[in-house]
Every structure is written in structure tokens, then in C-alpha cells.
Design a protein around this ligand. Structure first.
Ligand code: ADP
Ligand code: ZN
Length: 214
């Protein structure tokens, strides 16, 4: 089966790899962060509830997060498998997930902290189409302008330096314990994500290997 969870600190590059893997295996890429950000942008009921947490770099409460993901996994497109990116983020979420879904592979993305901070603070997003750039590793042809659509590039409010630090602290405290939790269950594979964007293939290879062997 192809029920996959990507684990790892913010900025470790799991989102980009998730896109590639999901496409390759024709399964949906489900990012809890994207779902929440879209809800905030669309000013939906959910968006109003979660905005304050996202702005501060704090976790959305477990109960609400679990319900959002549970409903998403019930959709037809998840029948052949799915790729969860950013969920679960706490032991409580992992315990809940276990009750409504069986997970086949946990891929734990690791990278040194310096790289992670650099990646997060250099990231720029297109206001119009959502394309992601990096001022050092993946710059647009013209500074501040999207190559794909000409839209304006901006720094996400949760990628401001103080919020980045907060998100990393939250990861250390609340999400890192999941590594041991899943390692004890025997479903976890470490993925070395210390590669620049142009060598993403090396990371994908490790993921494919883990999926095949798991
Ligand atoms: P990151 O780059 O920090 O991994 P995400 O895009 O995954 O960011 O998530 C952005 C924000 O959305 C988080 O800082 C948090 O507020 C909220 N969020 C995402 N996933 C979860 C989750 N599983 N539980 C609680 N909050 C979440
Ligand atoms: Zn764009």
C-alpha cells in the first residue's frame, strides 16, 4: 500500500519532495499547512479559527487538525494511497491517525539546522500562482518577480525570522518525539535531506528505496 507520512522539521525540503513523489505514484499530496493556509486566504470558518496559530508559528489544536485530516482522507482520491506532509505533528495526532488509517511508510527527513534556517529565511512565494523560490538556491530570473506568471514574490509572514525560530522550537518540543514513537513501531526510515535543490534526485531515490523495501 501507499499510505505515506513525511516527517521532518520545517524547511527540511519535504514539501518539494512530496510534490515529486505524489506525482510519480499518482497519489494526492496532502499538506496540512497548505490546507490551513488556503483556509486563511479564503477567509473560511476554518481559516478564521486557525489564523492566529499560523501567524504565531504555533500548532493548531489537535482536535481541529485531526478532524480536518480525517475528512480529507475519506475522499475517493485517497483510496489508492496518499502522501501526508505535515501531519501528524504531535503524539496525540499520531494516536488519532492510527484509529482511522493504516500507515505503511514513515519517511523521516533530516538535515543540519544551519541549512534549515537558511532555507526557510530565503524562501519567497509568488502571490499569484504560489510558486516557491529561494533567494540563494533557486532565484527567479528577475529579482522579486515570478518566472512562471510575472506575479510579485513575497516572504510568507510565518517565514519572518522570529516566527521561523518559533516554528523550529515547536518542532523540537512537540514533533521530534514522533521519531522515537514511529521508530519503535518499525515503520520509520531516515532520509538524508542534506542536499541542495538541484540534487533533489538523491533524496527522491532514498524515498523510493524505502517505499519499495518497507
Ligand atoms: P512547516 O514549514 O512549519 O512545516 P507547514 O506548512 O507544514 O509548515 O504548516 C504551517 C502551519 O500550519 C504550522 O506552523 C501550524 O500552525 C499549522 N499546522 C500545519 N500542520 C499542522 C498539524 N499537523 N498540527 C497543528 N498545526 C499544524
Ligand atoms: Zn507566479
Amino acid at each position: 500500500m501507499m499510505n505515506i507520512v513525511l516527517l521532518g522539521a520545517p524547511g527540511v525540503g519535504k514539501g518539494t519532495c512530496a510534490e515529486v513523489l505524489a506525482k510519480k505514484h499518482s497519489i494526492p499530496h496532502i499538506s496540512s499547512g497548505d490546507i490551513f493556509r488556503e483556509a486563511v486566504a479564503g477567509e473560511s470558518e476554518l481559516g478564521k479559527k486557525v489564523k492566529q496559530y499560523l501567524d504565531r508559528g504555533e500548532l493548531v489544536p489537535d482536535e481541529l487538525t485531526v478532524e480536518v485530516i480525517r475528512q480529507r482522507l475519506e475522499k475517493d482520491d485517497c483510496k489508492k494511497g496518499f502522501l501526508l506532509d505535515g501531519f501528524p505533528r504531535t503524539i496525540a495526532q499520531a494516536e488519532s491517525l492510527k484509529k482511522f488509517s493504516k500507515i505503511d511508510h514513515i519517511l523521516n527527513f533530516t538535515a543540519v539546522k544551519k541549512l534549515i534556517v537558511e532555507r526557510l529565511s530565503g524562501r519567497r512565494t509568488c502571490r499569484k500562482c504560489g510558486a516557491i523560490y529561494h533567494i540563494k538556491y533557486f532565484p527567479p530570473k528577475l529579482e522579486g518577480v515570478c518566472d512562471k506568471c510575472g506575479g510579485e514574490l513575497y516572504q510568507r509572514s510565518d517565514e519572518a525570522p522570529d516566527v521561523v525560530m518559533k516554528r523550529l522550537a515547536v518542532y523540537e518540543e512537540q514533533t521530534k518525539p514522533l521519531i522515537d514513537y514511529y521508530r519503535n513501531e518499525g515503520t520509520l526510515t531516515d532520509i538524508d535531506a542534506n542536499y541542495p535543490a538541484e540534487e533533489i534526485g538523491k533524496i527522491i531515490e532514498q524515498c523510493e528505496e524505502a517505499i519499495k523495501n518497507g
